[in-house]
Design a binder for this molecule. Structure first.
Ligand SMILES: [Fe+2]
Length: 297
């Protein structure tokens, strides 16, 4: 079996074939996957059902595993895994859990993960345990393309500016407010952190929009109305980069594993469009840490 990388044909995404991810990766294969990860930003491995322990072991080869802020969803045996699922531990539909990371309005849903941390995660991995009969896809868009779409005047204006992120106290996004319900009091009220509005990918060096509509609160240090205007322009460009022909969208099958980029350059969101009486159960790891560095044009 030899490793093969098959690009999706969209801006981002590739399928990895010819590797058994239930076993430790050979050093050459791991290096090839790390390189493909920079080029394609999202990697998919199909049809390899994993135990939680094997999934965590696979994910841990790309960086140390972080424990997710949503402690209510930690896996009971492997706390480095968090559930993304639409039912509670008794199998009852759980609206709040169902809405984590998914949206019925793509424009408001684009984000990268853990940007409410001073040093966000390098990557996120997700493995599908149960999937609905249709819908529930995860969408991926290039934030590099979004930067390229920004009007020159706006690029100049936001150069050097930072943007604040919060999980528990974001007044701009009702979805984020809703999702903060199960956070501890301490996590709900913790201070916002800031990152560059435009970041530079630490490996490729390419510029990308880092602000996102789910978790960004404001651009500090400028007039509130201008901050709103700039954020809306940035989100228009993100959403355009997530348009048909650019976006890559994956409809999950049981046993699929995806690893996606959080260092800049990629936005994602899930679709909340599947039959509500069907179960959607995923397990997820948060991998590594990578400071967000500003892009200096
Ligand atoms: Fe996410």
């Amino acid at each position: 079996m030899s490793l093969e990388i098959v690009p999706s044909g969209s801006d981002v995404g590739a399928e990895v074939k010819g590797v058994d991810i239930a076993e430790p990766l050979a050093p050459a294969d791991l290096a090839a996957l790390e390189a493909a990860f920079v080029t394609h930003q999202v990697l998919l491995v199909r049809d390899q059902p994993l135990t939680p322990q094997k999934f965590a072991a696979f994910s841990g080869q790309f960086g140390h595993l972080q424990r997710h802020i949503q402690k209510a969803f930690w896996h009971p045996d492997v706390p480095e895994i968090v559930y993304n699922r639409n039912v509670d531990e008794n199998g009852k539909f759980d609206e709040m859990a169902a809405r984590r990371g998914v949206t019925d309005n793509l424009r408001e849903g684009w984000h990268s993960d853990t940007n409410y941390d001073e040093i966000p995660a390098k990557a996120t991995s997700v493995h599908a345990i149960e999937v609905p009969s249709r819908g529930g896809a995860t969408c991926f868009a290039s934030a590099h393309r979004a930067y390229d779409l920004l009007p020159e005047k706006v690029r100049k204006r936001v150069a050097g500016l930072r943007v604040e992120f919060a999980l528990g106290s974001n007044p701009r996004n009702a979805q984020a407010q809703f999702l903060s319900q199960k956070l501890t009091d301490e996590d709900q009220t913790r201070a916002a952190v800031s990152h560059p509005v435009i970041c530079r990918h630490p490996v490729s060096g390419k510029a990308a929009i880092y602000a996102n509509p789910l978790l960004s609160v404001r651009i500090p240090g400028i007039d509130e109305a201008e901050s709103e205007d700039l954020l809306e322009t940035l989100y228009d460009c993100l959403h355009a980069a997530g348009g048909d022909g650019y976006r890559w969208e994956h409809e999950w099958q049981v046993g699929d594993t995806i690893i996606w980029e959080n260092r800049g350059g990629l936005m994602h969101t899930g679709r909340l469009d599947y039959p509500r009486d069907e179960r959607r159960i995923m397990i997820r790891c948060t991998i590594g840490s990578s400071p967000i560095v500003p892009y200096n044009a």
